[in-house]
Design a protein around this ligand. Structure first.
Ligand SMILES: [Ca+2]
Ligand SMILES: [Ca+2]
Ligand SMILES: [Ca+2]
Ligand SMILES: [Ca+2]
Length: 285
């Protein structure tokens, strides 16, 4: 009888702690990670379920339209009739820095607070492109900021900057790039802010853009996830077959960098091998 009473006490003590971990307005699930839902605005539509500052627009395609600057070194063939299309669904999120005028904002931010459990990662794709030049090194990043222990350094997910040799003046990433945050380790689980920023760095002029799509929180497979949906199955084989022997060198096509699992610039049997080794791994909830 005494033991039963102790159990009750433990339960009563734990209960408020559980509610504290999951407040009413925060779910343990990423909302609108595919940016298919938006809220109509005066100048542009912002993503539903995300907190936004400055230019954060849900669009059905993207083409740079800088006030000044240039996109002459972008690594994709881009024209008004050949814009960047969503990675998945019908829309993507575009963040932009300020343009010519001094009172323009220097940065654009989006964030969402979420509970991350052991083994979970934030995954998805991004594209970074700049109309600015070195030494005005605009940059963009995604990081996970612990809300339970704010003194802990943020977990970096990706970081791109104009002065990185892979980008350069008026440059870009070569296409949609996959990202995956380091999995949450035992003891790190808790509330996090998924924080994303694109910034002018030094001044207020010459736009830089960050595009995002296909974001989700899950327990990813070790490898083999060609289509970035957190599981290894027939859809990955289908994407490999669709892009069979496609090479990054070919300027006429947009190479699916996110699907090039071994990073050798070609979609071939290496990807099939990685799918086989990791077959049916991942998050099938
Ligand atoms: Ca989408
Ligand atoms: Ca700039
Ligand atoms: Ca997959
Ligand atoms: Ca490859």
């Amino acid at each position: 009888m005494r033991v039963e009473f102790r159990k009750l006490v433990v339960f009563a003590v734990l209960l408020p702690a559980i509610f504290q971990t999951f407040p009413d307005d925060v779910l343990a699930e990423l909302l609108n990670g595919d940016f298919e839902q938006s809220i109509e605005g005066m100048n542009f539509n912002t993503p539903a379920d995300w907190n936004c500052v400055n230019y954060t627009a849900v669009v059905s395609s993207f083409f740079p339209n800088p006030t000044r600057g240039s996109y002459e070194n972008w690594k994709i063939n881009i024209e008004p009739n050949n814009p960047i299309k969503p990675f998945s669904g019908n829309s993507l999120l575009a963040l932009s820095t300020g343009n010519l005028i001094e009172i323009e904002p220097m940065n654009a931010d989006v964030w969402q607070d979420i509970y991350l459990d052991i083994g979970q990662s934030v995954i998805g794709v991004y594209f970074f492109g700049t109309c600015d030049y070195i030494p005005y090194s605009d940059y963009a990043y995604m990081e996970l900021q612990s809300l339970d222990t704010p003194e802990n350094p943020a977990i970096q997910v990706f970081y791109e900057a104009v002065d990185d040799p892979n980008i350069g003046s008026y440059g870009s990433t070569p296409g949609w790039m996959a990202f995956e945050s380091p999995p949450i380790e035992d003891g790190q689980q808790g509330m996090y802010r998924i924080f994303i920023r694109v910034s002018d760095g030094l001044d207020h002029i010459y736009e830089t853009y960050l595009l995002l799509d296909g974001m989700r929180v899950c327990t990813p497979p070790e490898n083999g996830d060609v289509n970035v949906d957190c599981k290894v199955d027939l859809w990955d084989l289908a994407l490999v077959s669709e892009n069979w022997m496609l090479e990054a060198e070919n300027p006429d096509i947009r190479f699916p960098y996110y699907a090039d699992l071994d990073g050798d610039g070609i979609i071939n049997s290496n990807e099939v091998d990685l799918i086989n080794v990791n077959w049916l791994d991942g998050d099938f909830d």
